[in-house]
Ligand binder design. Structure first.
Ligand code: SAM
Length: 204
């Protein structure tokens, strides 16, 4: 499900339409559809893509160099393999001066408080959740690219804003209506900020 907050962030970072936009890791294509409705010409990709989302991995995108005015990735770059060459391919297809908008999670901020809160909310919703937060933390840290590495690699080709931290847990197979509770607990220091966002412009 597409969060209003994610759509606002992406629309705030993108140039005005018309513009050609690459969406990396588009999932079921909800954001791509909203961007299409807003007047953008979107190529949405995802190895698991169907329908309007092309079934292709970032590393295999063979569009011409500089052929996109912007690229957007919502909680997808932490999955891409191989990370270095995939991000180099992303930089290749965005034109100089083109925009990048990234929404991510910081797996190193995902601590026992965060996962404990997430597990409780999952159980309240009647969904499956592990009993031991540490197992889930270890599993996540074992297979997700750290945000610092993603940021450092992108910084080689993009002039980036500093990472802005915020909420994320409510979007992780929970309920978007839990955003307010998560943000209140962040404000009172009871939960860490697991979400990270930044945007930037292609150098060159
Ligand atoms: C957590 S999901 C996010 C999906 C969507 N952006 C959203 O916000 O609902 C991460 C997505 O990244 C995709 N992904 C994994 N490896 C990828 C790659 N190499 N290139 C592009 N997308 C990839 C996955 O298939 C998955 O759909």
């Amino acid at each position: 499900m597409l969060s209003d907050d994610v759509l606002r962030f992406v629309l705030g970072a993108l140039p005005s339409p018309p513009a050609r936009v690459l969406e990396v890791g588009a999932g079921e294509g909800a954001l791509a559809a909203a961007l299409g409705d807003a007047g953008y010409d979107v190529l949405a990709i995802d190895p698991a893509g169907e329908g309007r989302v092309a079934a292709i991995a970032l590393n295999d995108v063979d569009e011409p160099a500089g052929s996109f005015d912007a690229a957007v990735a919502v909680v997808s770059l932490h999955h891409v393999e191989p990370l270095d060459t995939s991000l180099a391919n992303l930089a290749r297809v965005v034109r100089p001066g083109g925009v990048l908008a990234v929404d991510e999670l910081d797996v190193w901020a995902l601590d026992e408080r965060a996962v404990g809160w997430w597990i409780e909310r999952r159980k309240e919703l009647g969904e499956h959740a592990p009993d031991d937060p540490t197992e889930l933390i270890d599993e996540m840290r074992g297979h997700i690219h750290p945000i610092n590495r993603i940021y450092a690699l992108l910084e080689e080709s993009f002039e980036l804003s500093p990472p802005a931290r915020g909420s994320y847990l409510h979007r992780w197979h929970l309920d978007l209506d839990l955003r307010e509770s998560e943000e209140a607990l962040i404000a009172s220091g009871e939960l860490p900020q697991v979400g990270v966002r930044f945007s930037g412009r292609r150098r060159g």
